[in-house]
Design a binder for this molecule. Structure first.
Ligand SMILES: Nc1nc2c(ncn2[C@@H]2O[C@H](COP(=O)(O)OP(=O)(O)OP(=O)(O)O)[C@@H](O)[C@H]2O)c(=O)[nH]1
Ligand SMILES: [Mg+2]
Ligand SMILES: [Zn+2]
Length: 327
């Protein structure tokens, strides 16, 4: 078998990098159900069968970033695998949104991947410090870097995360400069980029698929399409870790099962009333917890139906064996 790192996942095939260079690979049926993109992520290591060029196995992952797909079916969608750090990219403009950032932080937390908030367009903003202050308020322990994504000097603060062999995935809305960063760091035009709308700073969804690139210094970077919305598939622990300040206050509530809504003796609501906690942040916390409960319910239902299917398959096999025994 030949080990290869997945650089892109298509509908029925993969692009992967082996020691000998880039190859196209089809997928064995065991790792393409129900779709290749549900089984294999960009950043995965796979084993290729040299004779057929087929990927037959996905190797154990060190980390996996996943979300719930938009739309009715709410399937799990893999974003990237074997990532060391997540660059959460936003700009010093209307894109900047603390509640959305908290959502991305929960994504990183769930995958146990270090988050770095990257603020682009520092070259165009007059009040970069105000954005950095806002970041400190929502994530005091998370590294935040202001950059000019279009220049090499402007992105050098990111180099500590881009050592040889490290993998970084870039996520964020369309137009924040993810592909621009990839191009600047690679010192090469790897990805297309496009301007943003002047009236609301929104991007044009220029990048349309996830792709892994190797930088000259030996780091790996994963560019992703701008997300319209990030639906989380995380546990309550991840949310609790992102809102550790609220969790600390909650320990002082009068009742252990306090819902921090209108409960008597609620220390969290009191903190909001005293101006010590942002009402927006508390609302964001409640919202993410509700979503978590919902995601866990649908995961449970999926597992139950998988178990039902397993039992059914087992009984069919047993019947077949019995039938054969009788012959
Ligand atoms: N001046 C300046 N322009 C930037 C900066 N970052 C991004 N831009 C510009 O913003 C525009 C959008 O950048 P892209 O790199 O295409 O954005 P993206 O995040 O890849 O967007 P999608 O692929 O749509 O998700 C481009 O015109 C960039 O030149 C920055 O730090 N400073
Ligand atoms: Mg892009
Ligand atoms: Zn409370």
């Amino acid at each position: 078998m030949v080990p290869a790192r997945v650089i892109a996942v298509h509908r029925a095939a993969l692009e992967a990098l082996t020691e000998a260079g880039e190859v196209q690979a089809t997928l064995a049926s065991a790792i393409s159900h129900p779709t290749p993109s549900a089984c294999v992520a960009v950043g995965d290591w796979v084993l290729l069968e040299p004779r057929t060029g087929r990927a037959v196995r996905v190797l154990e992952r060190q980390s996996l970033l996943a979300r719930r797909a938009a739309g009715e079916r709410q399937q799990r969608q893999l974003i990237a695998a074997n990532v060391d750090s997540l660059f959460i990219v936003t700009s010093c403009n209307e894109d900047f949104n603390p509640s959305r950032l908290e959502r991305y932080l929960a994504l990183a937390q769930e995958a146990q991947v270090e988050a770095v908030i990257v603020l682009t367009r520092m070259d165009l903003a007059l009040n970069v410090d105000r954005y950095l202050d806002d970041l400190r308020a929502i994530a005091p322990h998370v590294n935040a870097c202001a950059v000019n994504a279009t220049s090499r000097e402007g992105t050098s603060v990111l180099l500590p995360w881009l050592g040889e062999g490290r993998t970084v995935a870039f996520v964020g809305s369309s137009g924040v400069g993810k592909s621009t960063l990839v191009n600047t760091l690679a010192a090469m035009q790897m990805q297309g980029t496009a301007g943003i709308r002047e009236n609301d700073s929104k991007g044009r969804h220029t990048t349309t698929s996830r792709h892994l690139f190797q930088l000259p210094g030996g780091a790996w970077v994963i560019d992703t399409p701008g997300m319209r919305e990030l639906k989380l598939e995380v546990g309550t622990d991840a949310v609790a870790a992102v809102f550790s300040d609220i969790e600390a206050l909650a320990r002082q509530c009068r009742f252990r099962d306090c819902a921090h809504q209108a409960d008597p003796g609620c220390a969290v609501v009191a903190a909001v009333e005293q101006g010590k906690l942002d009402a927006r942040r508390l609302a964001s916390y409640h919202k993410l917890l509700r979503e978590t409960a919902h995601a866990n319910r649908s995961t449970r239902e999926r597992r139950q139906s998988a178990r039902r299917f397993g039992r059914m398959a087992k009984s069919v096999m047993e019947r077949k064996r019995k039938d054969r025994g009788l012959e």
